[in-house]
Design a protein around this ligand. Structure first.
Ligand SMILES: Cc1cc2nc3c(=O)[nH]c(=O)nc-3n(C[C@H](O)[C@H](O)[C@H](O)COP(=O)(O)OP(=O)(O)OC[C@H]3O[C@@H](n4cnc5c(N)ncnc54)[C@H](O)[C@@H]3O)c2cc1C
Length: 502
């Protein structure tokens, strides 16, 4: 196969495209939006710059997966990141805990942090539990060779997705405070009671190895990947929405957009899988497959608040804040009663380069179910009714109230110079995610295979990539892109080359 047409110019489309371009394929990427990147999109409001769907991620430490993939792509030196440390705040009790950054002496440093909070040294038994919990998580990640960029062999077995994150935490840790703290990263996998411990472990271990943000915004990463494709002679088109995929028997014949028709040797869908099914003839996939996808649970959605700050209103210490009410159920963060919403707000400040040491913007992400906006489901971007905007204002106020304990230099009302928000409808309409699902399909311990797809399809020259296929987020989606690219160029071909550059 020499040429490949990729539908969707989000993280997975660009990453898979860059990997295949590097392997000598002629790549064409078609993205519906005017701005490239999907979850990597950024936008500007006046002087303020915001990322929309990529805030904190792992994989950038020494030998981190993203660092190694970028080295292989030849862009490692151009990816600039800022390390972050996590600060957890309990809005109920006022407790504030800054968690240790990095994997070294994790148990010791956690024990010290929790001990300081409780005003006494942690008992050896509790430290033992922490150690066991950490080891269990690492052992679970070892079931997924791709996560460690290890070659797979024909004996590959699906990892255990039947143990839930809640069961893992409850069976490892007794101290109630620790039990309520451990799921604090659940926002990064839209955690519910049936979320697999494996997913929790992949995300937690990535963060334990070090959390980062893009120094120049997430769009800069999308542009770097697009550069790799273009430099290899490929094309990346924006404002080019795929409207149909023509399939004859078991072969894609062409992909149509409103403006053009594209043909290639192979085709990759980097779209939400629900969207691909809408674009293909019914006969292309079996009724069983369509039914499996249409009945699969979706991850919850989010309400994002974009805040521009007055100069010197908030100190910038490279912290990422998790403002949670620890007394509320962490596995129901999105579906709390309306008067209790939000029970969790992730708040990420970015530095003001004109006032070093102070923040310029704050982006807040709050778990939210799509049902909160369902009454406006028929509206489209820029054409929503007035009551939607009034509701949005109220939600912005509620989210801001939750972050007050972060500690502003002036009263919060004076600190905020600009505030706007995106709702689950925004996620639905910009990325094409069904019901605004943050991370696409929701993997559940109840039916682990339902949301675990293969990059290969029964249509011979059509492949799948993206967060629905395997894992989501910067690390998960990039690794899925490796998997998809190897479906075209050969098992372990890319993994081996990545490892050769270690
Ligand atoms: C609010 C929010 C916050 C997040 N925060 C983080 C975070 O901090 N860290 C992290 O690791 N992950 C985060 N994520 C998840 C991350 O954004 C996704 O896992 C990742 O972007 C998935 O990549 P993808 O390529 O599968 O999908 P996307 O990046 O969404 O790409 C899909 C692309 O397909 C395009 N498309 C759709 N339909 C068509 C069509 N018909 N024709 C052409 N193009 C089409 C879309 O416009 C989009 O560009 C967040 C997600 C959300 C929603």
């Amino acid at each position: 196969m020499n040429s490949v047409c990729i539908m969707g110019g989000g993280l997975s489309g660009l990453m898979t495209g860059a990997l295949l371009a590097k392997e000598g394929m002629r790549v064409t990427v078609l993205e519906k939006n005017a701005i490239l990147g999907g979850g990597l999109q950024s936008f500007r409001r006046g002087d303020y710059h915001f990322d929309t769907g990529m805030h904190c991620f792992g994989g950038m430490g020494e030998d981190g997966q993203i660092r190694l993939i970028c080295r292989y792509l030849g862009i490692e030196d151009r990816v600039e990141t800022v390390p972050r440390c996590d600060t957890l705040m309990d809005t109920g009790s006022g407790l504030r805990l800054t968690l240790p950054f990095g994997p070294r002496a994790w148990v010791y440093r956690w024990s010290r942090a929790i001990g300081a909070l409780l005003g006494k040294e942690l008992e050896p038994g509790v430290r033992k539990q922490l150690k066991h919990y950490l080891e269990t998580m690492y052992n679970l990640t070892c079931q997924e060779p791709l996560y460690h960029l290890r070659p797979t062999d024909d004996n590959y077995r699906m990892p255990d997705l039947t143990l839930s994150a809640k069961e893992l935490i409850d069976s490892s840790i007794e101290l109630p405070l620790l039990r309520s703290i451990m799921p604090y990263l659940s926002l990064f996998y839209a955690g519910r009671e049936d979320s697999p411990a494996m997913l929790h472990s992949l995300i937690s271990c990535s963060h334990i190895n070090g959390t980062y943000t893009f120094k120049h915004g997430s769009l800069s990463f999308a542009n770097l990947l697009a550069d790799v494709i273009r430099q290899a002679g490929g094309e990346v088109h924006t404002s080019e929405e795929v409207t149909a995929v023509d399939i004859d028997g078991r072969q894609v014949v062409c992909v149509r957009t409103a403006k053009d028709t594209y043909t290639a040797d192979a085709y990759i869908s980097a779209l939400p899988v629900t969207r691909l099914l809408e674009l293909t003839p019914r006969s292309a996939f079996s009724p069983a497959f369509r039914n499996r996808i249409s009945s699969a649970p979706l991850s919850y959605s989010a309400f994002s608040v974009f805040v521009g700050l007055q100069p010197r209103a908030l100190c910038f210490n490279r912290e990422a804040y998790y403002c949670a009410n620890l007394a509320s159920d962490p596995w129901n963060a999105a579906s709390v009663a309306a008067d209790k919403w939000p029970s969790l707000v992730f708040a990420l400040p970015d530095e003001d380069l004109d006032n070093p040491g102070f923040a310029k913007t704050l982006t807040l992400i709050c778990p939210m179910e799509y049902s909160a906006v369902e009454r406006w489901a028929d509206s489209t971007t820029g054409h929503r009714p007035d009551d939607y905007y009034r509701w949005k204002e109220q939600m912005i106020e509620k989210a801001l109230k939750m972050i007050e304990p972060i500690g502003f230099e002036v009263p919060l009302q004076l600190a905020v110079a600009y505030a706007d928000a995106g709702s689950p409808l925004t996620i639905r309409d910009y990325y094409g995610n069904s019901r605004g699902a943050m991370y696409g399909l929701h993997p559940s311990t109840r039916n682990p295979l339902q949301a675990h797809l293969s990059p290969n399809t029964r249509v011979g020259n059509l492949f799948l990539t993206g967060q629905d296929v395997n894992f989501h987020g910067l690390v998960g989606t990039s690794l899925t892109s490796v998997l998809t690219a190897e479906s075209l160029v050969g098992q372990n071909v890319i993994v081996n080359k990545i490892n050769a550059r270690k």
